[in-house]
Ligand binder design. Structure first.
Ligand code: PMP
Length: 436
C-alpha cells in the first residue's frame, strides 16, 4: 500500500521496513501488518544502550521471513504445509507412557554424565547403527543436544573462521545459519536427481579446513536421495581431494523402500566422514538428542567442548531413548511411521497432480517428509506467502533454503494429514492461478 501511495518501488519499502525492524523501531510480520514498537522511544533515551548490545552478538538474527514462519506456526487453525516435523496426532501416548514408566522404575539417579554421554545409550546407538552399515563402538559415539548442536561443535572445534563449508544447494536452513553465524564461508553446490553434483566442487582450492556438509538421504528440503553410484563417486572424489565430509543422517531411517541407501559412513575406509544422527525426525524433537559418530580423537575433542557448553544432554532423555532402542519399541514404531508417511506421500503426489499439473514441477521422494515444488512461471514467492496466510496456509518458501532460489516451495506431508494437504493444495492452486 505504501508503495502505491508514494510511487516508490515495493522492494525499497521492504528494505526500509527491514532496516527499521532490525533497529527495533517497528515490528510486524508478513501478512499481518507493521506497527511502531511500543518500547521504541525508550531505546533512544541516553541512559540505555541495549540497542548496541542487541547488535553485538555473534549469532545473526533470523531474517523477517523466518521470524514470521516461527511465529505463525503457533497460531491457531493455521495449516502448516511445509513443517518438518511428525504430525503431533501420531504421538503414541501408550508407547510413551509404557517406556517412561519403565525408565522411572529403573532410575537410581539423575546426575551429570560422562563427557561423551550415557554409556548405555552410546552402546544402544552403536548397535542400532549396524543396520545402517556403520560398525563402531560406544567410544566413537558422542551424544549431543540435538544434531544442530553437533554442527555447532564441529564448527567451533574443527573449523576456522572463514573456512569454506560446501553444502547442497538448497540445504537445511538451520545448518546454513549455524555455519554462517560461526563465521564460515558457505558455498552451495547444485544437485540433480542423483544428488550432489560433486564434480562442481572442482573449483576447490584445497584450502585448510574446508569441509563438505551433505544430507544424502531424503534430503531437506528437496527430498532427493543420492544414488549408490554417486555415493561411491563422491567418496572417491573427497578422498582424492582430502575433503572431509559431515554426513547428516537426520532422515536416513525414513526411507520407504526395503533397501535403504547405504550411508557414506558405511563406505568410508579412510576416516573421512563425521556422521550425525538424531531422534528428532523419527521419534521426537523435544527429546533434544542427537549423536556424532567419528574417530575417537574427534568425538573426544567435541565431547570436551560440549562439557564446557552445557554439561551434557538431558540425562532423562538419554535414558528414555536407551529404553526405546533396547526394548524394540523404537523399531516397531518406526516401521508403522514409515507406512503412514508413504501413504501420505502417495496421496500428496495425487493432490499435486490434480491441482498443480500446469503450474509447477515437483519430485517423488523415496522417503522422509518433503517434496520440492518449483513453479513454471515467475511467481513472486513473498506475495504468495502473504496471500496464503490470508487463507490460513503457512508456506516454507524456497528462498530460505537457498538464498538465490525464488520460485520454489518446500512441501511437507509429515505434519498435516492427507485431507488437509489436499485442501491446502487446492486453495494454493487457486491463489497461484490468480497471480499468473
Ligand atoms: N539436520 C537436518 C537435515 C534436519 O532437517 C534437522 C531438523 N529439521 C536437523 C538436522 C536438526 O535436528 P535436531 O532437532 O536434532 O537438532
Amino acid at each position: 500500500a505504501l508503495a502505491g501511495l508514494f510511487e516508490v518501488n515495493r522492494s525499497t519499502i521492504i528494505t526500509a521496513i527491514d532496516e527499521l525492524t532490525s533497529y527495533g523501531i517497528v515490528s510486524g510480520r508478513h501478512g499481518a501488518g507493521t506497527q511502531i514498537s511500543s518500547n521504541t522511544w525508550s531505546l533512544f533515551l541516553p541512559t540505555t544502550n541495549w540497542n548496541e548490545y542487541l547488535k553485538s552478538g555473534s549469532f545473526q538474527e533470523n531474517n523477517v521471513m523466518i521470524q514470521a514462519i516461527n511465529e505463525l506456526e503457533f497460531e491457531p487453525d493455521i495449516i502448516r504445509i511445509g513443517t518438518g516435523e511428525i504430525d503431533p496426532r501420531l504421538f503414541s501416548k501408550s508407547m510413551w507412557s509404557a517406556t517412561l514408566q519403565k525408565v522411572g522404575s529403573k532410575l537410581t539417579s539423575l546426575g551429570y554424565l560422562e563427557n561423551l554421554g550415557l554409556l548405555e545409550l552410546r552402546q544402544a546407538i552403536a548397535k542400532h547403527l549396524e543396520k545402517s552399515g556403520i560398525m563402531v563402538g560406544p567410544e566413537n559415539v558422542l551424544i549431543t543436544s540435538g544434531s544442530l548442536q553437533a554442527l555447532q561443535l564441529i564448527a567451533v572445534c574443527l573449523l576456522q573462521k572463514g573456512s569454506t563449508v560446501f553444502t547442497e544447494a538448497p540445504s537445511y536452513l538451520k545448518s546454513l545459519q549455524m555455519f554462517q553465524s560461526t563465521g564460515m564461508n558457505l558455498k552451495g553446490i547444485p544437485m540433480d536427481k542423483n544428488g550432489l553434483e560433486y564434480w562442481k566442487l572442482s573449483s576447490i582450492t584445497k584450502q585448510n579446513s574446508s569441509i563438505l556438509y551433505t544430507i544424502p538421504t531424503n534430503q531437506n528440503p528437496t527430498g532427493i536421495t543420492m544414488s549408490k553410484k554417486r555415493r561411491y563417486e563422491l567418496m572417491n572424489y573427497c578422498v582424492d581431494n582430502r575433503l572431509p565430509i559431515i554426513e547428516d543422517g537426520a532422515y536416513q531411517e525414513l526411507s520407504y523402500n526395503a533397501v535403504t541407501a547405504k550411508t557414506l559412513k558405511s563406505i568410508d575406509d579412510n576416516e573421512m566422514v563425521i556422521y550425525l544422527g538424531t531422534a528428532s525426525k523419527t521419534l521426537a524433537p523435544g527429546l533434544r538428542i542427537g549423536w556424532v559418530v567419528a574417530s575417537k580423537p574427534i568425538v573426544d575433542r567435541l565431547g570436551d567442548v560440549k562439557m564446557q557448553m552445557d554439561y551434557g544432554a538431558s540425562s532423562l532423555s538419554q535414558w528414555a531413548l536407551t529404553e526405546f532402542l533396547n526394548s524394540g519399541a523404537y523399531d516397531s514404531y518406526l516401521s508403522d511411521l514409515k507406512i503412514e508417511l508413504e501413504s501420505r506421500r502417495d496421496k500428496a503426489l495425487k493432490s499435486l497432480e490434480k491441482y498443480f499439473k500446469d503450474l509447477a514441477n515437483w519430485n517423488r521422494p523415496d522417503g522422509g517428509f518433503y517434496i520440492w515444488l518449483t513453479f513454471k512461471k515467475d511467481i513472486k514467492i513473498e506475495r504468495l506467502f502473504d496471500a496464503a496466510i490470508k487463507e490460513k496456509i503457512l508456506l516454507n518458501s524456497g528462498d530460505i533454503y537457498d538464498f538465490k532460489e525464488n520460485h520454489s516451495l518446500r512441501l511437507s506431508f509429515a505434519y498435516i494429514n492427507s485431507d488437509e494437504f489436499d485442501q491446502a493444495i487446492r486453495k494454493l492452486s487457486e491463489i497461484v492461478k490468480g497471480m499468473c
